[in-house]
Unconditional design. Structure first.
Length: 79
């Protein structure tokens, strides 16, 4: 729901709450949150979540990379 409605603040909040209720964020959790950031034109946050995945030993997949590419494209961040 957060991803479809581009409610990136809610998505980030839920991701941050997961450790407190003894849940581990996985690739799906991160991808959905990154997509919410992408939909909300928050490309910097999407890329920050990409970095967090490495720090938290969460393996990236095709959706992760695609989401980052689209987020950068929407933010006109091609270099």
């Amino acid at each position: 729901v957060c991803q479809k409605g581009a409610q990136w603040k809610s998505a980030l909040g839920l991701l941050q709450e997961m450790p407190g209720i003894r849940l581990s964020a996985d690739v799906i959790s991160y991808n959905m949150c990154m997509q919410a950031c992408e939909d909300g034109s928050q490309w910097q946050l999407a890329l920050g979540l990409y970095d967090d995945m490495s720090c938290n030993a969460v393996h990236k997949n095709e959706i992760t990379f695609g989401t980052c590419i689209v987020a950068c494209e929407k933010g006109k961040q091609w270099r």
